[in-house]
Design a protein around this ligand. Structure first.
Ligand code: AMP
Ligand code: GLY
Length: 428
């Protein structure tokens, strides 16, 4: 079949890498893609939010499956759009409906969904600008630290963990009255601070059936030892040793089942991936957030561990036939180290020429923010540039493979964290 994949990050390069391994893949198109997807598929210069152009492309290339990588087109309703067009109505799409995507697009919507469906999560209340006084009084009644979340999408920046009451009150005012995060903070969720160890669980669902993919831990901060500014993600490790069988069984019973059942019961069309950010608090899972897509860079650590046909998994999601899919997971470790442009997540220079090693052992190189200059050389075009995934029978071996490959990749001002996976290694 011909497939169209939307997106241009490391996640999409990993998706493309896995899809083209399937014998059922005739032609893979990636819109817009990057220099990595270009080498294994056909890049198409269409924006992920240009729905009309996407529909026309699907029709002209006889596309049989559409896979949506990032959240933006999902939250903007691409799935409903394609279903409502006569030309594309019958084509399966991997990605939730706009209502389903609201689980990521609105923190208040997702908290209310969790409450209705008895999914364990932190206690909370939501406030708008005209409820500022009530919000301040609520803060007075809560323990510290306290978490403030912009309701809408804020590019991963909308969450504040406040250590003092003064800070929390000032931040609430800035969010509600001064639109600190623009329209996204016109509503603010005030939430109990959870302590514990964080991990990400990934679920593939067709709205009725589900498969739990390998879990992962990501590294959000720019600096070693989890210091400095938040980023999109600087690395990932899978499996996560503290997510043992007993804990994952609780995740399935208390979180995954009530979530998928809740979507079905509430008639929220959902054929796609669900990324559940969890806190393991004294052995009990609590949901921090839902994302309506796979994580990046977690995908680059999760997909290399899937041994069964990934295109068949995607097809099962899109066509509602996931019950007949047999998921096979490798027990091996996969560790991803993200190489970024110096200065990221602040400003950085683009157009630096990247040199890649000729041979790679025990690792896979995924492109994120890469492109080509006028001379055809590989250059950085984004903040997160390359994600290297090492594999191995042990965590140590996977990390050695990843870092050995990273050392052979160079460009002016490249930066990466040398401590990815070290915290887990120390727990073992
Ligand atoms: P989010 O943007 O929702 O992924 O939140 C960013 C990060 O803030 C999460 O990955 C957690 O590390 C942290 N966080 C969010 N909510 C809470 C909470 N209720 N308690 C503790 N940490 C939290
Ligand atoms: N790595 C976190 C995310 O994809 O949201």
């Amino acid at each position: 079949m011909n497939i169209l994949l939307l997106g241009s990050g490391g996640r999409e390069h990993a998706f493309a890498w896995k899809i083209v391994q399937s014998t059922n893949c005739t032609q893979l198109y990636v819109a817009p893609g990057n220099a990595g997807t270009e080498s294994i598929a056909t890049n198409v210069a269409i924006s992920i939010t240009d729905f009309d152009a996407i529909r026309d492309f699907i029709t002209s290339k006889d596309i049989a499956l559409v896979v949506v990588g990032p959240e933006e087109p999902l939250v903007k309703g691409i799935v409903d759009f394609l279903q409502n067009q006569p030309e594309t109505a019958a084509i399966p799409v991997v990605g939730p409906s706009q209502l389903g995507a609201t689980l990521e697009g609105s923190k208040d919507f997702s908290k209310r969904f969790m409450q209705r469906n008895n999914v364990p999560t932190a206690a909370y209340e939501t406030f708008t600008a005209d409820q500022l006084e009530a919000g301040l009084a609520y803060l007075d009644s809560q323990n510290l630290p306290i978490v403030l979340k912009a309701d809408g999408l804020a590019a991963g920046k909308g969450v504040l963990i406040c250590l003092t009451l003064e800070e929390a009150k000032a931040s609430l005012k800035e969010m509600l009255l001064d639109q600190k995060f623009g329209e996204a903070s016109s509503k603010v969720v005030i939430e109990e601070f959870l302590t514990g160890i964080e991990l990400s669980v990934f679920v593939a669902t067709d709205g009725k059936n589900y498969k739990i993919l390998p879990e992962a831990k990501d590294y959000k901060r720019i600096g070693e030892g989890d210091t400095g500014l938040n980023t999109g993600g600087m690395g990932a490790v899978s499996p996560v040793i503290f997510a043992d069988e007993a804990f994952m069984a609780k995740v399935e019973e208390k979180v995954v089942k009530p979530t998928v059942d809740g979507l079905a019961k509430e008639n929220i069309p959902y054929k796609g991936f669900l990324f559940i950010g969890l806190m393991n608090k004294d052995g009990e899972p609590h949901v921090i957030e839902y994302n309506v897509r796979m994580g990046d860079p977690e995908t680059e650590a999760v997909l290399p561990r899937i041994e069964s046909d990934f295109l068949a998994l995607l097809h099962g999601i899109g066509t509602g036939t996931l019950d007949s899919y047999e998921l096979k997971i490798s027990p091996d470790y996969a560790t991803t180290v993200v190489m970024v442009s110096g200065g990221y997540p602040g400003s950085y220079e683009k157009g630096k020429v990247i040199s890649l090693p000729d041979t790679v052992q025990g690792a896979e190189i995924f492109h994120a923010g890469t492109g080509r200059n006028e001379s055809g050389e590989l250059v950085n075009q984004g903040g997160r540039v390359i994600a290297v995934t090492g594999k191995g029978e042990s965590l140590q071996e996977a990390l050695s493979n990843a870092f050995a490959t990273v050392k052979g990749i160079n460009w002016d001002q490249a930066y990466y964290r040398k401590d990815i996976g070290m915290d887990i290694l120390n727990l073992m």
